[in-house]
Design a protein around this ligand. Structure first.
Ligand SMILES: [Zn+2]
Length: 304
């Protein structure tokens, strides 16, 4: 697990530092609720950016206070102080985890409602499954932890480099203000990746709750604007059962849907793929009562 997190952090940093902004226009395949995505991204980006600014302020204020106490205090002592005190009182992980869980639940509910309505008007969305609620809780917590570790690693690296190079406190203050781990770009990339992840989890959930859906199809937009991954283009049109997994060619990673958190960041960040439902017309033609009974059975089985 630790190894996995370290590699996650490294690849997330690589992606964020590319500093390219995603263009959502014409690069995301059509799905019910897609029109809501830009506004959801903006909303989540603002929340994340605010928490990152608050986090940056914690380190900058501490640097000023720490140095003000005694002229002889050095950057090396500040690094120790950060590691032994500040990391423990840094509330980003907790605050982001709570904000993400709330945002993901609202977003997924909104999208599942639209998706189920577009599949079969007889079976309207009522409630998220226990499986979906568990996923929201676990992924919010894991994502918060990954982001926190990534920030702490970046702050430590900034200081060790500054110490090695004999930089001044003023240099460190400047570098901290500009640290990519705290900037708007990171908030933006995270918001897009996680809103699109929520949309594909919503597809996963709506198919499981819609009796007429028997399979899921991987959809790639084919747009060149977003430098699509060749192995994701190769998956375009691939159909598997609702409960089955896709195998991504090349990396051979497996996932239930695009940007599944079980995938490494290299397969998640900047991925704009989506799913489409495979519908069985015979099941669609059953009575509304019968279909709702099947849905209730499915909900009872979607426990983890
Ligand atoms: Zn993709």
């Amino acid at each position: 697990m630790v190894e996995k997190i370290v590699s996650l952090i490294k690849s997330i940093d690589d992606y964020v530092q590319k500093a390219e902004q995603d263009d959502l226009t014409d690069t995301v395949p059509e799905f019910p609720g897609l029109e809501e995505v830009p506004e959801l991204v903006e909303l989540f980006e603002k929340t994340i950016a605010k928490l990152l600014r608050r986090q940056r302020k914690l380190y900058l204020d501490a640097l000023k206070d720490f140095i003000a106490k005694d002229d002889s205090e050095t950057l090396a002592a500040y690094l120790v102080y950060i590691q032994q005190n500040l990391f423990a009182v840094d509330e980003f992980e907790e605050q982001f985890g709570e904000a993400a869980a709330e945002f993901l639940q609202t977003t997924i509910e909104k999208l599942v409602e639209k998706m189920m309505e577009s599949i079969d008007r007889d079976v309207a969305f009522e409630v998220l499954s226990v499986r979906a609620m568990t996923w929201i809780e676990e992924w919010s917590r894991d994502l918060a932890r990954i982001m926190q570790l990534s920030t702490h690693t970046a702050v430590e690296k900034l200081l060790t480099t500054a110490i090695e190079e004999g930089q001044s406190i003023a240099d460190v203050e400047m570098a901290m203000k500009d640290l990519p781990a705290f900037n708007r770009n990171r908030a933006g990339t995270t918001a897009i990746t996680e809103v699109l992840t929520a949309s594909s989890h919503a597809q996963h959930e709506s198919y499981a709750q819609s009796p007429a859906v028997t399979g899921k199809k991987w959809k790639h937009s084919g747009g060149k604007k977003n430098n699509p991954r060749e192995n994701h283009v190769a998956l375009d049109g691939t159909v598997v059962g609702v409960d089955e997994l896709f195998t991504i060619p090349g990396s051979m990673e497996i996932c239930a849907y695009p940007r599944d958190p079980s995938l490494p960041a290299s397969e998640r960040v900047h991925c704009h793929c989506a799913l489409g439902p495979v519908v069985d017309e015979e099941i669609l033609g059953l009575s509304a009562e019968e279909k709702r009974r099947i849905r209730d059975e499915a909900l009872a089985s979607l426990v983890a």
